[in-house]
Design a protein around this ligand. Structure first.
Ligand code: AMP
Length: 183
Protein backbone atom coordinates (compact mmCIF):
# COMPACT_ATOMS: atom_id res chain seq x y z
CA UNK A 1 0.00 0.00 0.00
CA UNK A 2 1.19 3.48 -0.87
CA UNK A 3 -0.35 6.50 0.84
CA UNK A 4 -0.34 10.09 -0.39
CA UNK A 5 -0.66 12.86 2.19
CA UNK A 6 -0.84 16.54 1.33
CA UNK A 7 -3.20 19.46 1.10
CA UNK A 8 -5.53 19.67 -1.92
CA UNK A 9 -3.44 21.15 -4.69
CA UNK A 10 -0.24 19.45 -3.58
CA UNK A 11 -0.56 17.12 -6.57
CA UNK A 12 -1.70 13.93 -4.79
CA UNK A 13 -4.20 12.96 -7.48
CA UNK A 14 -1.88 13.61 -10.41
CA UNK A 15 1.09 11.85 -8.83
CA UNK A 16 -0.91 8.86 -7.61
CA UNK A 17 -2.34 8.26 -11.04
CA UNK A 18 1.14 8.27 -12.58
CA UNK A 19 2.35 5.91 -9.88
CA UNK A 20 -0.65 3.64 -10.39
CA UNK A 21 0.22 3.31 -14.05
CA UNK A 22 3.85 2.36 -13.32
CA UNK A 23 3.25 0.04 -10.36
CA UNK A 24 -0.03 -1.58 -11.44
CA UNK A 25 -1.50 -0.59 -8.07
CA UNK A 26 -5.16 0.40 -7.96
CA UNK A 27 -5.95 4.03 -7.30
CA UNK A 28 -8.37 4.83 -4.49
CA UNK A 29 -9.35 8.45 -3.86
CA UNK A 30 -11.75 9.27 -1.05
CA UNK A 31 -12.42 12.66 -2.69
CA UNK A 32 -13.50 10.92 -5.93
CA UNK A 33 -15.75 8.51 -4.01
CA UNK A 34 -17.34 11.40 -2.12
CA UNK A 35 -17.88 13.49 -5.24
CA UNK A 36 -19.88 10.54 -6.60
CA UNK A 37 -21.75 9.42 -3.47
CA UNK A 38 -21.76 12.18 -0.81
CA UNK A 39 -25.04 13.17 0.84
CA UNK A 40 -26.21 16.79 0.44
CA UNK A 41 -24.99 17.49 3.96
CA UNK A 42 -21.55 16.05 3.20
CA UNK A 43 -21.40 18.02 -0.06
CA UNK A 44 -21.92 21.24 1.89
CA UNK A 45 -18.99 20.41 4.13
CA UNK A 46 -16.83 19.63 1.10
CA UNK A 47 -17.78 22.95 -0.48
CA UNK A 48 -16.70 24.70 2.71
CA UNK A 49 -13.33 22.93 2.71
CA UNK A 50 -14.14 21.03 5.92
CA UNK A 51 -13.20 17.45 6.64
CA UNK A 52 -16.00 14.90 6.88
CA UNK A 53 -16.57 12.75 9.97
CA UNK A 54 -14.04 10.05 10.70
CA UNK A 55 -16.74 7.42 11.18
CA UNK A 56 -18.14 8.01 7.70
CA UNK A 57 -14.73 8.14 6.09
CA UNK A 58 -13.60 4.93 7.77
CA UNK A 59 -16.78 3.15 6.62
CA UNK A 60 -16.16 4.30 3.04
CA UNK A 61 -12.55 3.14 3.01
CA UNK A 62 -13.36 -0.13 4.76
CA UNK A 63 -15.90 -0.96 2.04
CA UNK A 64 -13.57 0.15 -0.75
CA UNK A 65 -10.67 -1.94 0.58
CA UNK A 66 -12.90 -4.96 0.93
CA UNK A 67 -13.59 -4.78 -2.80
CA UNK A 68 -9.90 -4.85 -3.70
CA UNK A 69 -8.38 -8.08 -4.94
CA UNK A 70 -5.14 -7.27 -3.15
CA UNK A 71 -5.27 -4.55 -0.48
CA UNK A 72 -1.46 -4.36 -0.57
CA UNK A 73 -1.59 -3.10 -4.13
CA UNK A 74 -3.53 0.05 -3.50
CA UNK A 75 -2.62 3.72 -3.66
CA UNK A 76 -4.62 5.73 -1.14
CA UNK A 77 -5.13 9.34 -2.19
CA UNK A 78 -6.67 11.54 0.50
CA UNK A 79 -6.93 9.03 3.35
CA UNK A 80 -6.02 9.12 6.19
CA UNK A 81 -6.47 12.83 6.93
CA UNK A 82 -6.79 12.63 10.74
CA UNK A 83 -5.05 10.72 13.54
CA UNK A 84 -8.26 8.73 14.15
CA UNK A 85 -8.31 7.62 10.51
CA UNK A 86 -4.58 6.85 10.59
CA UNK A 87 -4.78 4.74 13.71
CA UNK A 88 -7.75 2.81 12.31
CA UNK A 89 -5.73 2.14 9.17
CA UNK A 90 -2.66 0.97 11.10
CA UNK A 91 -4.91 -1.38 13.04
CA UNK A 92 -6.30 -2.88 9.83
CA UNK A 93 -2.78 -3.16 8.41
CA UNK A 94 -1.63 -5.09 11.47
CA UNK A 95 -4.71 -7.28 11.68
CA UNK A 96 -4.57 -8.27 8.02
CA UNK A 97 -0.80 -8.52 7.79
CA UNK A 98 -0.66 -5.83 5.12
CA UNK A 99 2.34 -3.65 4.33
CA UNK A 100 2.63 0.11 3.90
CA UNK A 101 5.40 0.47 1.30
CA UNK A 102 5.54 4.22 1.68
CA UNK A 103 3.79 7.34 2.79
CA UNK A 104 4.46 10.14 0.34
CA UNK A 105 4.07 13.50 2.00
CA UNK A 106 3.78 16.14 -0.72
CA UNK A 107 4.74 19.55 0.60
CA UNK A 108 3.72 22.80 -1.08
CA UNK A 109 3.30 26.37 0.12
CA UNK A 110 -0.12 27.99 0.51
CA UNK A 111 0.76 30.37 -2.35
CA UNK A 112 1.43 27.47 -4.75
CA UNK A 113 -1.83 25.79 -3.69
CA UNK A 114 -3.84 28.96 -4.28
CA UNK A 115 -2.39 29.56 -7.72
CA UNK A 116 -2.73 25.91 -8.83
CA UNK A 117 -6.31 25.48 -7.63
CA UNK A 118 -7.59 28.69 -9.11
CA UNK A 119 -6.89 27.14 -12.51
CA UNK A 120 -8.47 23.75 -11.69
CA UNK A 121 -12.08 24.94 -11.60
CA UNK A 122 -13.49 22.34 -9.21
CA UNK A 123 -16.67 23.45 -7.41
CA UNK A 124 -14.92 23.51 -4.03
CA UNK A 125 -11.98 25.55 -5.30
CA UNK A 126 -13.19 28.96 -4.17
CA UNK A 127 -10.64 31.09 -2.37
CA UNK A 128 -12.45 30.68 0.96
CA UNK A 129 -12.69 26.90 0.64
CA UNK A 130 -9.02 26.63 -0.30
CA UNK A 131 -8.04 28.68 2.76
CA UNK A 132 -10.26 26.48 4.95
CA UNK A 133 -8.74 23.28 3.53
CA UNK A 134 -5.24 24.57 4.28
CA UNK A 135 -6.27 25.38 7.86
CA UNK A 136 -7.87 21.93 8.37
CA UNK A 137 -4.80 20.34 6.83
CA UNK A 138 -2.42 22.12 9.21
CA UNK A 139 -4.54 21.26 12.23
CA UNK A 140 -5.61 17.68 11.54
CA UNK A 141 -3.64 16.19 8.67
CA UNK A 142 -0.06 17.31 9.17
CA UNK A 143 0.08 15.46 12.54
CA UNK A 144 -0.71 12.27 10.63
CA UNK A 145 2.73 12.47 9.01
CA UNK A 146 4.43 12.50 12.43
CA UNK A 147 2.13 9.72 13.59
CA UNK A 148 3.35 7.48 10.75
CA UNK A 149 6.97 8.40 11.43
CA UNK A 150 6.52 7.52 15.11
CA UNK A 151 5.19 4.12 14.03
CA UNK A 152 8.24 3.51 11.87
CA UNK A 153 6.37 3.62 8.60
CA UNK A 154 8.61 4.84 5.75
CA UNK A 155 7.59 8.47 5.14
CA UNK A 156 9.08 10.51 2.31
CA UNK A 157 8.77 14.27 2.60
CA UNK A 158 8.79 15.50 -0.97
CA UNK A 159 8.73 19.04 -2.33
CA UNK A 160 5.64 19.07 -4.51
CA UNK A 161 6.01 22.58 -5.87
CA UNK A 162 7.88 21.71 -9.08
CA UNK A 163 6.49 20.54 -12.42
CA UNK A 164 4.53 17.26 -12.47
CA UNK A 165 7.30 15.31 -14.22
CA UNK A 166 10.03 16.65 -11.91
CA UNK A 167 8.06 15.75 -8.78
CA UNK A 168 7.24 12.33 -10.19
CA UNK A 169 10.92 11.67 -10.95
CA UNK A 170 11.73 12.29 -7.27
CA UNK A 171 8.94 9.96 -6.13
CA UNK A 172 10.14 7.18 -8.43
CA UNK A 173 13.68 7.54 -7.22
CA UNK A 174 12.65 7.44 -3.55
CA UNK A 175 10.43 4.41 -4.07
CA UNK A 176 13.08 2.68 -6.11
CA UNK A 177 10.82 2.06 -9.07
CA UNK A 178 12.85 0.66 -11.95
CA UNK A 179 12.69 2.25 -15.37
CA UNK A 180 10.40 0.24 -17.66
CA UNK A 181 12.26 -2.56 -19.47
CA UNK A 182 11.73 -3.34 -23.13
CA UNK A 183 9.89 -6.59 -23.80
P1 AMP B 1 -9.87 15.69 -2.22
O1 AMP B 1 -10.41 15.33 -3.57
O2 AMP B 1 -8.94 14.66 -1.67
O3 AMP B 1 -9.29 17.09 -2.21
O4 AMP B 1 -11.13 15.69 -1.21
C1 AMP B 1 -12.19 16.60 -1.40
C2 AMP B 1 -12.94 16.81 -0.09
O5 AMP B 1 -13.51 15.56 0.35
C3 AMP B 1 -12.09 17.28 1.07
O6 AMP B 1 -11.90 18.68 1.05
C4 AMP B 1 -12.93 16.81 2.26
O7 AMP B 1 -14.05 17.66 2.45
C5 AMP B 1 -13.46 15.47 1.78
N1 AMP B 1 -12.57 14.36 2.14
C6 AMP B 1 -11.83 13.57 1.29
N2 AMP B 1 -11.12 12.66 1.95
C7 AMP B 1 -11.39 12.85 3.27
C8 AMP B 1 -10.93 12.24 4.48
N3 AMP B 1 -10.06 11.21 4.47
N4 AMP B 1 -11.43 12.69 5.66
C9 AMP B 1 -12.32 13.71 5.69
N5 AMP B 1 -12.77 14.35 4.60
C10 AMP B 1 -12.31 13.93 3.38
Amino acid sequence: MIIFVGVSGAGKGTQSELLGRDTGYDYLSTGDILRAYASPEQKLKMLGGELLDDENMIAIVEAALRQQRDANKVILDGFPRTIAQASWLLDVIKRKGLIIDAVIHLQVSAAVVQSRLQGRGRQDDTQAAIAARIAWYERYTRPVVDFFKAHEIPVFDIDGSGATSAVYAIIKEKLNIPKPTKE
